[in-house]
Design a protein around this ligand. Structure first.
Ligand SMILES: NC(=O)C1=CN([C@@H]2O[C@H](COP(=O)(O)OP(=O)(O)OC[C@H]3O[C@@H](n4cnc5c(N)ncnc54)[C@H](OP(=O)(O)O)[C@@H]3O)[C@@H](O)[C@H]2O)[C@@H](O)CC1
Ligand SMILES: Nc1ncnc2c1ncn2[C@@H]1O[C@H](COP(=O)(O)OP(=O)(O)O)[C@@H](O)[C@H]1O
Ligand SMILES: [K+]
Length: 514
């Protein structure tokens, strides 16, 4: 796991370090610029000095751009530098580096057409985007339209027929907080960020033009000498399961828990079987499907290691839960909304580790507080965006404003629900009521596009239920579950369907060294 920060958190850390006298803003800017130059060499080892177009903006992101221009010039690059805005109004450190640069070369006043034409004519070399970084909260100004369009055109060329595009911190126009394209955003092959990556590098707001995850390219982070203590309220990027997923040599099946997956009626049992199979593969000692009597024959024809029991209604679920060995529940996949309305209260009455997904969430669309009033701290809700909208319409609405991030929405939802919320998507956010949050990004090098297939969410619900049956806490089960789910998809690759996911878990475990 690694920490990722909001722009406000980053500003706080920077200001505190400067105020303490540990470092000056100018030193940070120098290290930032040097870090970008070093990362360019690492990321593109074949790139030899030729022409670099350096685009500088009116804030400190532009200040980094002047440092980069100076350092690249020292390494033999020919520099064409453009400045957006009035040099007299640059903030002090950026102004200092602007003035230093002028001893080496000119800062051309911004000329959107000229820059656009120049970029379009480039077949090699480097473009450095130091226009806006973490300080941008509004759309790109109209003076960058042609530049943005020219960059877009470059993106469609093969890398060998165009310059490399490097973003200082984050591509201009991408919100460092929400990942939203604020309007007219640039893109990059490589984004070099400072101290920690920002939320917006990994978030990809649904229903908006391509955002952070799509536009940042490879994300590199350079140390600029700021204190390493974790920020209060920091968010962790899930890079691997944070818990050891192996089993002890002495364990027996009941030591690994017994998960109960509740199934819908006849002809609707596939989703429950997917979840149950995933719970078993992820290591639950026993897994039982509880189905209405008319669905039993169908399940029996398809199940071996998974057990089966008839369960007509919520009353009988309360009876079944007298067996304290049943320690984790999974409800929702294929359940049907009326059965969900009956079973969810009984399941929550049992106070077991419980995953509520799909119909178990949608069943409460008319009255979300009715659900919230019954939830407890061993529950994980796993909504996709549609289900999230049904339960948290106001938070879902706020997600349309570019400054509001999926991380804040999931945190607010968890606080309201009083349990862990895992908000799905290519960027999956896990949050708990205390404000703890993690982001699993199946984007960039970790992309798992074949997960967009029917039933993959049912498998995720089963993985999480299985991990909770094994005794993992809800937050860890959700975060590790999201990672295992995407790792299984990547291990299978193209052509993946939901049935394949549980079957890839053994390989994923082997790759983890279990
Ligand atoms: N934090 C750190 O530790 C370190 C940070 N560093 C670097 O600083 C960067 C953050 O710098 P930053 O805060 O100065 O903001 P930045 O992204 O340059 O942009 C804001 C400027 O743009 C302006 N502006 C905004 N929108 C506009 C528009 N539509 N049209 C026109 N103007 C607009 C805005 O003006 P204002 O909104 O105030 O009117 C302001 O002047 C960060 O990404 C990193 O690269 C490093 O040096 C090392 C250490
Ligand atoms: N493009 C994508 N990249 C990575 N993961 C994805 C993508 N699309 C969907 N997923 C993941 O696949 C799962 C889909 O779940 P869900 O929407 O509930 O589907 P279903 O209801 O068909 O099971 C979620 O875990 C989600 O995070
Ligand atoms: K930038």
């Amino acid at each position: 796991m690694s920490e990722i920060l909001s722009s406000a958190q980053m500003r706080g850390i920077e200001q505190q370090a400067i105020a303490s006298g540990a470092v000056t803003g100018l030193e940070l800017m120098e290290r930032a610029g040097a870090g970008v130059v070093a990362q360019i060499a690492t990321a593109f080892p074949d790139l030899s000095p030729s022409t670099a177009v350096i685009l500088c903006g009116p804030g400190n992101n532009g200040g980094d751009g002047f440092v980069i221009a100076r350092l690249l010039h020292q390494r033999g690059w020919a520099i064409a530098l453009y400045l957006l805005g009035d040099p007299a109004r640059l903030p002090p450190d950026a102004r200092t580096n602007h003035d230093r640069w002028l001893k080496t070369g000119p800062a051309h006043p911004w000329d959107d057409r000229q820059i656009g034409d120049r970029l379009g004519a480039m077949t090699s070399g480097l473009v450095v985007d130091g226009v806006f970084g973490t300080g941008l909260t509004r759309p790109m100004p109209p003076e960058t339209t042609h530049t943005s369009q020219a960059l877009d055109a470059l993106r469609h060329r093969t890398p060998s027929a165009r310059p490399r595009v490097v973003a200082v911190d984050i591509p201009s126009g991408i919100s460092a907080d929400s990942g939203a394209n604020l309007g007219g955003a640039f893109w990059a092959d490589l984004s070099v960020s400072f101290h920690r990556a920002k939320w917006g590098h990994y978030l990809e707001p649904a229903g908006l033009p391509e955002g952070g995850a799509a536009c940042c390219g490879q994300v590199a982070v350079v140390d600029i000498g700021l204190p390493q203590d974790p920020a209060p309220d920091s968010v962790q990027l899930v890079a691997r399961p944070a818990v050891f997923l192996g089993k002890s040599a002495q364990g027996h099946k009941y030591g690994h828990g017994h998960a109960l997956v509740l199934s819908g009626g006849a002809g609707k049992g596939g989703a429950a079987r997917l979840a149950a199979r995933a719970a078993l593969r992820v290591g639950a000692g026993l897994v039982t499907i509880a189905a209405p009597q008319p669905a039993i024959a169908e399940h029996a024809a398809q199940l071996n290691a998974i057990m089966l029991t008839a369960l007509p209604d919520g009353y009988s679920l309360r009876g079944l839960l007298q067996d304290t060995r049943l320690n984790a529940l999974c409800l929702g996949p294929g359940l049907g909304q009326s059965r969900a309305q009956d079973l969810v209260p009984a399941a929550l009455w049992g106070r077991r580790a419980t995953v509520l997904d799909a119909d178990a969430l949608s069943a409460f669309a008319e009255d979300p507080p009715l659900l919230f009033g019954q939830l407890h701290d061993k529950v994980v809700l796993t909504p996709h965006m549609g289900e999230f909208r049904r339960l948290f319409p106001d938070l879902s609405e706020r997600l349309h404003t570019p400054a509001y991030s999926k991380i804040e929405a999931a945190r607010a939802a968890a606080a309201r629900a009083g349990c862990v919320v895992l908000l799905k998507g290519p960027d999956t956010v896990i949050a708990d009521p205390s404000g703890r949050a993690a982001l699993h990004a199946a984007t960039g090098a970790n992309a798992a596009p074949w997960l967009a297939t029917a039933g993959s969410g049912d498998v995720l619900a089963g993985i999480i239920a299985g991990l909770m049956a094994r005794g993992f806490a809800p937050f860890e089960a959700a975060a590790s579950g999201a990672w295992l789910h995407a790792a299984a998809a990547r291990a299978f690759g193209p052509g993946l369907i939901a049935e394949d996911l549980p079957e890839m878990l053994p390989q994923v475990f082997r790759d983890l060294g279990l």
